[in-house]
Design a protein around this ligand. Structure first.
Ligand SMILES: Nc1ncnc2c1ncn2[C@@H]1O[C@H](COP(=O)(O)OP(=O)(O)O)[C@@H](O)[C@H]1O
Ligand SMILES: C=C(OP(=O)(O)O)C(=O)O
Ligand SMILES: [Mn+2]
Length: 530
């Protein structure tokens, strides 16, 4: 195999050595030899990322040029001048010269008509292993004819200079659609690389009529595929791994005329407090050779993992190829969906664990992209904060939400998809008073939705949100279906529901000109106090 990478030759970068398309075992060996990682009992590779244990959303910039001026939604994307990008690229080239570097040629996208061939250049061996797990590895014949169309260069030891590069800090994620390139510096959180590929696909695919989505997907032998939209922490990864269903992917998918397809070939699961009972398939990957564990605490002597220890990060992660999950799809593709679920972790405890949405309500909630964040782990802090991240993936969406929204609206109509809203958040009161929804209950409700039985029960109309909520579902405690009745103080519930409704309305104002009357009428209405 030639150790040339076209993009490096084009850029005139001469590294000391280039490890191109190295396979898992060799990357394992070298990341250990280089002192980047350690091995856990069971065989997983354990790494620490230091300061950055999550994405640096505020350090992400998109190059603003004559084309992106018109195609990018600048209200939601910070801009960088082409000149600053060019200086940054020159400095990356200098940084790479004389180093031992890694390159992987991979596909973003399992749909043969819509995939993006990507070259990922890394400083760290474990990053090269990570992205090989996460994206789709070409076959030998695909390697032979591989023609890269997008480049990501990730140098964690690079330090951006705000004065020189127009950045905000030493950390930078610089996206240049004209040059088809992303430069990542000053962070070693591996999630930046996979979400950069996602950002690129979110920009390019709509021009091919393909809907890109921040969602997980699973299906069954009957090919009754389900889409699970949701912001970080709402349950995409957890709920899509289900022994009774075939996993297509846990985070990023496209919806084309051919059906649904995974952008990726691996998963990236949260490890904090992972339970062997509630999430057996994901738990098993922590004891497997090949899995990359990021910021998971391990006993230095016994090398036993402590998944409950958040000392290094609340956002500890495990990356593994999707084949590590039993019953996962090899092709990464399935048919047209039957159900579409929007996940929200409502920490106010106001939203029901499941509700049926009309297509107009689905559009309203898709553009809103609501979830809530709990206020950290400090004692006594009990007030959650609402987050509205449009399309359930604001940080990865370069285009105006109406472009994604219109694509989704047309697809839901064309394939007659049933839409649901599922809160995996708090029940019995808000965060601090109630409890997180039991995973078992969420799964039971989802199974009833996916097998069609939920269409045959009685529904009530929710006073605040106007969507239809089932009154009783076999195998689920009926009490949790009506959140108001789980609160000790129903007046407090009404007050909180009204507050949340107001937040939805205030957030949606910017989308009102882009939607029709049926979508505008899907806004929640504060219930007039009795
Ligand atoms: N009812 C529930 N449904 C889904 N996840 C839950 C639930 N209750 C608690 N969790 C926890 O919430 C987290 C969901 O995270 P994850 O599935 O990684 O979300 P995402 O992939 O959307 O970022 C996991 O740590 C999971 O254990
Ligand atoms: C990897 C990420 O995605 P998610 O939390 O949605 O799994 C992330 O947000 O950094
Ligand atoms: Mn996830």
């Amino acid at each position: 195999m030639s150790d040339q990478v076209a993009i490096l030759a084009e850029l005139g970068v001469r590294p000391k050595s280039l490890r191109k398309n190295w396979k898992e075992a060799r990357l394992y060996e070298i990341s250990l030899a280089n002192g980047e990682a350690r091995v856990a009992s069971g065989g997983a590779l354990v790494v620490e990322t230091g300061q950055h244990t999550g994405r640096s959303a505020k350090d992400k910039f998109t190059v603003r040029d004559a084309t992106t001026e018109k195609t990018v939604w600048w209200d939601n994307n910070a801009s960088m001048t082409p000149e600053h990008f060019d200086v940054l690229l020159e400095d990356f080239k200098t940084h790479l010269a004389g180093q031992d570097i890694f390159a992987q040629e991979l596909f973003g996208g399992a749909d043969l008509d819509h995939r993006l061939p990507v070259t990922v250049i890394n400083e760290l061996a474990w990053h090269s292993l990570f992205i090989r797990h996460l994206l789709r590895v070409p076959t030998d014949s695909e390697y032979a004819s591989f023609k890269s169309e997008f480049t990501i260069i990730n140098c964690p030891t690079f330090r951006a200079d705000p004065a020189r590069h127009g950045t905000r800090s030493e950390t930078v994620i610089a996206v240049n659609f004209a040059k088809r390139m992303v430069l990542i510096g000053g962070t070693s959180y591996a999630g930046e690389t996979k979400k950069s590929v996602f950002t690129a696909l979110n920009y390019y695919l709509p021009t091919q009529g393909v809907m890109p989505m921040h969602c997980s997907v699973n299906t069954s032998d009957k090919d009754d595929a389900a889409i699970f939209f949701g912001l970080s922490g709402t349950g995409k990864t957890t709920l899509s791994a289900d022994a009774s269903r075939i996993l297509i992917g846990d985070d990023e998918h496209g919806w084309s005329e051919n059906g649904l397809f995974n952008f990726e070939g691996g998963c990236y699961a949260k490890m904090i407090k992972l339970s062997a009972e509630a999430e057996p398939e994901i738990f098993a990957t922590t004891k497997q050779w090949g899995t990359v564990l990021e910021n998971v605490v391990m006993d230095p002597e016994t090398r036993e993992l402590d998944l409950d220890d958040a000392t290094l990060a609340e956002n500890s992660r495990g990356a593994y190829p999707i084949s590590a999950i039993p019953n996962a799809s090899e092709s990464g593709r399935c048919g047209q969906p039957k159900n579409l679920i929007m996940l929200t972790a409502d920490a106010f405890g106001v939203m029901p664990p499941i509700a049926k949405l009309t297509p107009a309500q689905a559009m309203y909630h898709f553009l809103s992209g609501y979830t809530a964040k709990v206020a950290g782990t400090e004692k006594g802090v009990t007030e959650p904060t609402a987050t509205f991240s449009t399309c359930f993936g604001g940080p990865f969406m370069p285009r105006h939400p109406s472009e994604y929204g219109n694509l989704l609206r047309d697809l839901i109509g064309k394939y007659d998809v049933d839409c649901w809203l599922v809160s995996t958040g708090w029940t019995g009161g808000p965060y601090g008073q109630g409890n997180r929804m039991p995973i078992k209950a969420t799964r039971a409700l989802l199974n009833a939705a996916l097998d069609g039985s939920l269409n045959n029960v009685n529904f009530r109309k929710d006073d605040t949100f106007g969507f239809m909520v089932p009154e009783a579902v076999p195998g689920v405690d009926s009490k949790i279906l009506n959140p108001r009745s789980t609160w000790a103080d129903t007046a407090a519930y009404d007050k909180q529901a009204a507050k949340l409704a107001d937040m939805f309305v205030a957030n949606f104002a910017k989308f009102e000109p882009y939607v029709d009357e049926t979508v505008r009428a899907s806004a929640p209405k504060a219930k007039t106090p009795a």
